[in-house]
Design a binder for this molecule. Structure first.
Ligand SMILES: Nc1nc2c(c(=O)[nH]1)N[C@H]1C(S)=C(S)[C@@H](COP(=O)(O)O)O[C@H]1N2
Ligand SMILES: [Mo]
Length: 157
């Protein structure tokens, strides 16, 4: 199995990347050890802006939706809030990011808020992301709405 991260929706060109293709992106777009961005766990990432640039974002794009088919989890946030700061974590110690760490691809927003305190929260750090979608309106979002739902989600981990 060679998982790919797909980028689609309001872009000039549909794009997708394998672990090896992400690893081959310019060093200037790489973040070595995301703990420097405040992540709790180690790992290397590539800047979201590099992926967006390579696909070409259409001017109508207002929302970015992170889709995880693996557990049917989805989060949709305003593009402007994450465009220049979010990253995609894809490897640890030179190997693809393990599922136990949210891999093969994990979205990470530095300076995110605690779950349920803000739209840009820890819940939006979607694990197992396989598709990133740009849209005019808010996309699919099934993040928990209240603390009970949130606790149930964590109980499944
Ligand atoms: N695919 C997916 N991503 C997810 C979740 C989830 O249930 N599924 N939970 C979110 C929530 S509520 C939190 S707090 C963090 C937890 O990340 P951690 O397991 O690395 O601590 O992942 C977020 N991303
Ligand atoms: Mo959470």
């Amino acid at each position: 199995m060679n998982p790919r991260l797909h980028l689609d929706g309001l872009v000039t060109a549909l794009r997708s990347w394998s672990w090896a293709e992400l690893a081959a992106i310019d060093e200037a777009q790489q973040v070595r050890d995301v703990r420097q961005l405040g992540a709790k766990r180690p790992g290397d990432a590539v800047r979201l802006s590099a992926l967006l640039e390579s696909a070409g974002v259409l001017p109508e794009a207002q929302f970015i939706t992170l889709h995880a088919a693996a557990d049917d989890f989805h989060a949709s946030v305003p593009l402007l809030a994450v465009r220049e700061r979010a990253v995609v974590i894809y490897q640890l110690d030179g190997a693809p990011l393990a599922k136990s760490a949210g891999g093969p691809f994990r979205f990470f927003i530095p300076d995110h808020a605690a779950c349920q305190t803000h739209e840009i929260d820890d819940c939006a750090n979607v694990k197992f992301v396989d598709r990133i979608e740009l849209s005019r309106e808010r996309g699919r979002d099934n993040r928990p709405h209240d603390e009970a739902e949130h606790a149930r989600l964590h109980a499944n981990e």
